[in-house]
Write a protein that binds this ligand. Structure first.
Ligand SMILES: Cc1cc2nc3c(=O)[nH]c(=O)nc-3n(C[C@H](O)[C@H](O)[C@H](O)COP(=O)(O)OP(=O)(O)OC[C@H]3O[C@@H](n4cnc5c(N)ncnc54)[C@H](O)[C@@H]3O)c2cc1C
Length: 538
């Protein structure tokens, strides 16, 4: 490691340019008096981030993906589960499946009830509205002029109308806006796609801010340690191409490294569980037992169905000449399967009568994929998969460093299904997927179940299949949880407990999982964090 250059001085340093961090950097640098440094470990861009289905090229691409994986455990039948995370400007918003889901009003009301004033639905709604530009829906709930473009992709496949009809036959109604008054029902996915292009936070928040003279964006810059002066955070040590650098923050450092890397950076800096840090030879700067705890994730089995009717799945329409046709259509009109959301159709449903809100999520993908040399590719066999899982799992895992080396991946332990209710609800979700896929309206498609299949009838058989086959939907949250209890890492203004001048703002601060995907709430957290930082440090 070379000598450390003289530290540069900033008002704010933001670590990580992902869903939340890019937003924080944009909002803080909107005032030309604020000097802001944004550090991003990954590169500035990658061509596959522009075309929506580029996610299939990025999900195993080490150039833009941290490619973590979890530790083997009984609930995964000893498998390691892939944990992809974006590593470039835009973070995971630049590689994700593009579905735009806020969650339920109850999610945020629960956060407030857990001791986090300012996070109830009525408090966060203005930030959800401020961030988006969505041309439809009720204006009481939806924003029209925010930086993030959200659209309803065209339902380019007759399959979706059939599944919506089948869902109606089992009592699940169509809901045109699950981000509006109520989440209930089945709907086409809203998407962070506009005119056929992916809308990441790099596109929507950093591109417009890039030329500001008071914002410096450093890519290929890995934050290795926070600089502390007693109980005050004064800056960041980071490396660029093997060279060590330091930057000082006069007002605040905002850590937005995401749910895996934010707890990692705190631990590398001596903030965390004292015994664990000492065992690794790291000097304890501040004891905070909740760092890296409370990991929540959606553990989601994919039910799989072959489709006899020709021409309705991506397998039939997106291979060989079909793919050429889709590419031409995208080039001419941008309205082809190349602008497909990861799961274009989704249903928010209740596991039983009497619940006041949905607790299960089902998502349909109109194709079978198989492993290819450059990531998943479209399989020859024509089919549909439908993932099905509880939205607010109670099982909690951990993420902890195993070395003082910042380049060494932390250890991820999910402890899936350790709360029995998660297993019960997963079985229920699989049974509801089955009920929809075998409803009378589906008959013309000639649907046949292959997973869980004929050996997946009893609850125990279904759970056994879940342990052998389930993956995640890439939504780790909660590892620097917000709250006021002894295991909380940040307070309701996202200040790290016991350390001045240091905040965390990303998916890691969520005390519980939101009901759905996590990009929209992470962006909202970035918006709200910036607002609080500005108010508190002026
Ligand atoms: C494959 C995939 C598919 C998904 N699909 C969807 C979907 O369809 N809809 C949805 O809503 N959500 C989806 N998600 C989840 C969603 O994208 C994430 O929850 C969200 O992006 C998290 O935002 P974040 O700000 O917490 O972290 P991220 O967006 O991951 O940002 C963290 C950033 O910090 C950088 N960083 C980390 N450590 C350091 C360091 N030490 N120094 C410098 N930089 C650092 C990272 O490189 C990264 O750019 C998906 C995620 C993945 C990976």
């Amino acid at each position: 490691m070379g000598a450390i250059l003289a530290a540069m001085e900033y008002d704010y340093i933001v670590v990580g340019a992902g869903s939340a961090g890019a937003v924080v950097a944009n909002r803080l640098s909107a005032d030309p008096r604020h000097k802001v440094l944004l550090l991003e470990a990954g590169p500035a861009d990658h061509p596959w981030t522009r075309i929506p289905v580029g996610y299939s090229r990025l999900i195993t691409n080490p150039a833009v993906n941290w490619l973590y994986s979890s530790e083997p455990e009984a609930s995964t039948n000893g498998r390691r589960i892939p944990v992809p995370r974006g590593k470039l400007l835009g973070g995971s918003s630049a590689i994700n499946g593009l579905a735009f889901v806020r969650g339920q009003a109850q999610d945020f009301d629960t956060w407030a009830q857990m001791g986090n004033p300012g996070w109830a639905y009525e408090d966060v709604l203005p930030f959800f509205k401020r961030m988006e530009s969505y041309p439809e829906g009720d204006e009481r709930f939806r924003g029209r002029s925010g930086p993030l473009k959200v659209t309803n992709p065209l339902p380019l496949n007759p399959l979706y109308a059939t599944v919506i009809k089948a869902a109606g036959e089992v009592g699940i109604r169509h809901n045109p806006d699950y981000n509006g008054a109520t989440q209930d029902g089945i709907a086409m996915s809203q998407a962070t796609i506009a005119s056929g292009w992916r809308m990441s936070t790099a596109r929507c928040y950093l591109d417009p801010a890039r030329r500001r003279p008071n914002l410096r964006i450093e890519t290929g810059a890995l934050a290795e340690r926070l600089l502390l002066d007693g109980k005050r955070c004064t800056g960041v040590r980071y490396s660029v191409g093997g060279e060590s650098r330091e930057a000082r923050a006069g007002r605040a450092v905002v850590v937005s490294g995401g749910s895996i890397n934010s707890p990692q950076l705190l631990e590398l800096s001596g903030i965390g569980q004292p015994d664990r840090l000492r065992a690794l030879g790291i000097e304890v700067q501040h004891a905070l037992p909740g760092v890296g705890e409370n990991l929540r994730e959606h553990y989601a089995p994919r039910t799989r169905w072959t489709i006899g009717q020709r021409g309705v799945t991506f397998n039939d329409r997106g291979r060989g000449l079909g793919l050429v046709h889709q590419a031409l259509r995208w080039a001419l009109n941008r309205d082809s399967l190349l602008s497909m959301v990861g799961a274009p159709l989704r249903a928010f449903v209740r596991s039983r009568h009497g619940l006041d809100a949905p607790d299960l999520l089902l998502g349909w993908v109109p194709m079978f994929t198989e492993a290819g040399p450059r990531g998943p590719r479209i399989a020859r066999q024509s089919g549909v998969s439908c993932y099905a899982h509880p939205m607010r799992p109670e099982s909690k895992g951990t993420i902890h460093i195993v070395s003082p080396d910042p380049k060494r991946p932390p250890e991820i332990r999910y402890n899936f299904l350790s709360a029995p209710v998660d297993g019960e609800l997963t079985v229920r979700a699989v049974r509801i997927a089955r009920a929809i896929m075998t409803a009378p309206a589906m008959a013309p498609l000639q649907v046949a179940e292959i997973a869980p299949g004929p050996n997946g009838n009893s609850d125990e058989e279904i759970l056994d299949w879940v342990r052998r086959a389930a993956e995640t939907t890439y939504h780790p949250v909660g590892t620097c949880k917000m709250g006021s209890d002894p295991m909380a890492v940040v307070d309701a203004r996202l200040r790290v407990h016991g350390i001045e001048g240091l905040r965390v703002a990303d998916a890691s601060i969520m005390p519980t999982l939101t009901s759905g995907n996590t990009n929209a709430p992470s962006i909202m957290i970035g918006e709200k964090a910036a607002d609080m930082v500005i108010r508190d440090t002026m």
